[in-house]
Write a protein that binds this ligand. Structure first.
Ligand code: HXC
Length: 511
């Protein structure tokens, strides 16, 4: 009996070595952890249960039947817990054929995808892999097709998270692209459909991997990645933090964690947050941090379209999604990028029953040919569509400007905002006073005294929250210092909100 047990342990040891000590050392030398080390770091201590450790590829082409068969076939799969809650996980093992995907490797991932969907728990993929295993040809492509199909079926049912932790190409970027969030590690991870060598051959462009698909490219320019971290350890620990914000599925409620931050807490400094000069910026993140539990805010897409801020926080221990115009960047204007960013985040929250708190200070949509040629109408419509279809609790606070179409878009009462509040500094109008007077009193333009009088008249009438409040578009005008208390009470009141959209196969959001 002992001998059998020892044999098992020996087989396990061999499997744990993946592509061998040499390749593990190379992985470490590049500043990367191995697949198993990553899983250990991600999950609660000793909670990982592995499946199919001994699976091997069945390829016989290109001498693959003569070569080494490595148990596990380049991916470590299983489940475990993060702070006690179940997650499914797969980690690509770069030491085995560069983590590339074979038919059997795909079947291992498919099993985990199926289990996560059936048992309604999040799935996290740790990617460090070169795409389809070239020696397997169509068998590998078919394998990817099976992974993609499952990504799509699980979308909106369970959270799917991808962490890019090495050079990733082909299917190892397309599968992440269909998941909810993508995170990268700076300087060691890259994402591209084809690598620099192929780019050189096809387009004659010379680029480095970093220039083509490094973390800085994908968190700022392309917006493919939601956030980047300095190393594997930081990325994995932050994934634990993210999972704590998310429900396990679309039929689950948001998690509730103990909070030591009094929901009744007032913050007098908020009464002076808005500068006297309406054209002076302030940092909306200050309001976010002061409003939410313990100032804990997990920002999504913080380096892209910084004129809108999106991310997760908690109020009374329960997750909320925050969407806020950022006056510090482009005066908080809505442009194409900000609209797309906001829309995707709102839709994620709506999929997973996460209430949305919207902080509004927006001078409108950004005018100009660059925006119009770039499809501002369609991208702006995405945000409008996302807010309008969302059935989760929606609480809106207008802190200052809510001008033009952007007023409607930003979770207004007309888009089924449940409770719409305004600070006394709110200005709700079709546009700012100067622009408005120049248009409606064009005949008076040559008379500065008259223009000043008209401007004052317009400001008094429209640049306050009270015209909107008179019509019932604003439920209440509140003291800034009481924002946290108000929002906490409203969210508690809305906790069992039930609202359904008409039956449809799915909507046709302007993609
Ligand atoms: C088989 C692969 C492989 C692959 C890497 N390897 N990619 N083996 N199939 N796709 C192996 C290498 O042969 C090498 O083996 C080991 O992994 C490490 O690779 P290196 O090239 O030495 O590493 P590095 O220089 O860091 O470069 C990593 C890389 C590069 C950028 C990922 O290997 C690369 O460009 N690979 C090919 C990417 C690609 O074009 N894949 C197909 C995509 S098509 P040894 O034995 O030397 O250690 C696809 C279709 C999906 O995925 C459908 C999409 C819609």
């Amino acid at each position: 009996m002992h001998a059998i047990l020892e044999q098992l342990e020996a087989r396990r040891q061999a499997a744990r070595l993946g592509g061998g000590q040499g390749r593990i050392d190379a992985q470490h030398a590049r500043g990367k952890l191995t697949a198993r080390e990553r899983i250990e770091m991600l999950l609660d201590h000793h909670s990982f249960e592995e499946f199919h450790m001994f699976v091997q590829h069945r390829c016989v082409d290109f001498g693959m039947d003569q070569g080494e068969k490595i148990p596990g076939d380049g991916v470590v799969t299983g489940w475990g817990t993060i702070n006690g809650r179940v997650v499914y996980v797969f980690a690509k093992d770069f030491t085995v054929f560069g983590g590339s995907l074979s038919e059997t490797h795909a079947a291992k991932i498919n099993k985990i995808q199926d289990m996560a969907l059936k048992n309604r728990a999040p799935i996290i993929g740790l990617f460090d892999a070169g795409g389809a295993r070239i020696q397997e040809g169509v068998a590998a492509l078919g394998g990817y097709g099976e992974v993609f199909q499952r990504n799509v079926l699980a979308s909106g049912v369970i959270p799917q998270i991808s962490v890019i932790m090495g050079p990733c190409a082909g299917g190892d970027v397309y599968s992440p692209a269909m998941t909810d969030f993508i995170f990268m590690v700076r300087d060691t991870s890259y994402m591209f459909v084809t690598g620099p060598d192929v780019v050189k051959t096809v387009t004659n462009e010379t680029v480095t991997a970093e220039e083509l698909g490094g973390a800085s490219v994908h968190t700022t320019k392309s917006s493919i990645a939601d956030r980047a971290y300095d190393n594997d350890v930081e990325a994995l620990l932050q994934m634990r933090r993210l999972i704590d914000f998310l429900p396990e599925s679309n039929t689950d409620e948001v998690p509730e964690w103990p909070s030591f931050d009094d929901p009744e807490r007032v913050d007098l400094s908020l009464d002076t947050l808005i500068p006297d000069n309406p054209n002076k910026p302030y940092d909306v993140k200050e309001l976010i941090l002061k409003m939410v539990d313990e100032g804990d805010f997990f920002e999504i897409q913080g380096a892209h379209a910084r004129n809108i801020v999106t991310g997760f926080a908690r109020i009374e221990g329960r997750t909320v999604g925050i969407v806020a115009n950022q006056p510090m960047v482009l005066a908080g204007v809505l442009d194409a990028d900000a609209s797309r960013k906001g829309a995707r985040f709102v839709r994620f929250c709506d999929c997973f029953n996460i209430p949305i708190v919207t902080l509004v200070d927006v001078p409108g949509f950004l005018p100009g040919t660059a925006q119009e040629y770039g499809g501002l109408i369609k991208h702006g419509a995405k945000l409008l569509f996302a807010y309008a279809e969302a059935t989760v609790p929606k609480v809106t606070i207008i802190t200052r400007k809510a001008f033009g179409g952007a007023y409607d878009v930003m979770a207004s009462k007309h888009l089924r905002g449940d409770v719409n509040l305004a600070w006394p500094t709110a200005q709700i109008a079709v546009m700012g006073a100067k622009g408005a007077v120049e248009i409606i009193f064009r005949a008076d333009m040559k008379d500065p005294a008259k223009i000043a009088e008209r401007t004052k008249e317009y400001e008094d009438r429209f640049l306050s929250p009270f015209v909107a409040a008179e019509r019932g578009y604003i439920d209440e005008v509140i003291m800034p210092h009481s924002t946290r208390r108000r929002v906490a009470r409203i969210l508690a009141m809305l906790r069992h909100k039930q609202l359904e959209n008409p039956w449809k196969k799915h909507d046709n959001i302007p993609l």
